[in-house]
Write a protein that binds this ligand. Sequence first.
Ligand SMILES: *Cc1c(COP(=O)(O)O)cnc(C)c1O
Length: 377
Amino acid sequence: MDFKSRLIHAGSDRDPFTGAAGVPLYLASTFDQRNAQSRKHDYTRSGNPTRDALEAAVADLEGGSVGLAFASGMAATSSVLMLFEPGDHLVVSEDVYGGTFRVMTTLLRRWGLQTSFVDSTDAQALEKAITPSTRGIFVETPSNPLLKITDLAAVAALAGERELISMVDNTFATPYFQRPLELGFDIVVHSATKFLNGHSDVLAGLAVTRNKELGKKLRFVQNAFGAVLGVQDSWLVLRGLKTLAVRMEASQTGASYLAEKLSTLPQMRQVYYPGLAAHPGRDVHERQASGPGAVISFELASTELARRFLQRCTLPLVAVSLGGVESILSHPATMSHAAMPPDVRKERGISDALIRLSVGLESPDDLWENIRQALDD
Ligand SMILES: *Cc1c(COP(=O)(O)O)cnc(C)c1O
């Protein structure tokens, strides 16, 4: 079935007992164990029918075998990293999400996981960073906040050759535009807080494994570590998922329009958007994804101009996060990437004049008018 139909019907589109549209909220922490042979559930940390429906839906949408729902994107990523052992080494995209960088370089470093951050758009740099103790590669594409493009098929092939676990954060593209497991990746993680839920009202994370064996190992981590997604939040993400296709299409239309318009402004030092003709790696992105998505970053001519813009551009929220129905502006240097040391930020091209815009469902013309007036002298 087509992806759009699967969005509506994958997982659980009706309650088998009552025929109710959608899966009910099974607000139970525990399940009666008498005559339990026929029952699948015993305790909600280990499994809950509402969460199961979301996990089945995302496994289907990503084209994987096992889906798992976690309390946040960071809980999903951190739980995936629990598949490794002290002394193991990972090669990681250098401009990963700030929280991913933080957990890897603080908590997990203390615990013995080694990481090397490299420019994953450069296949040779990735390969060179592999050491005898490397066990995995973790990438993000398009990356946050510079929308850098990593060649997924090439990374999956390299990981396969070296018997490494390949992991990708697919939050920005969503399975609507990009399905890395189909390109050979082992694990996809998501902050479902963003586009998958889509309404800025839930914190959630998802992971999907390509094969059952890895899925079983991650299921063990999920139950043992316990960072599971709550029942009500599972239900909300399921509801949000239903409209993913129409939301992504509309937001992408707005983003493409705004990226072109922004590129014409004299106050712009650089506009980053995979749909722009000059965007580095655009050809790779077009090969592996069906659209450029809904996130744009741009660097203004000065930090002062960026500060003033954030004060004067009033239609979008100024907030961390992205992927909601409302447009959201953020300032990576003081928000999403504040956890990254200033010298590392600078080295990675995240200047103080950089702004990220997640385009929501407002009229693109209203957004443009609001942006334009905010940049007037
Ligand atoms: C937000 C985000 C995360 C972290 O997700 P939370 O739900 O906030 O824990 C991870 N990766 C990317 C790309 C994100 O945007």
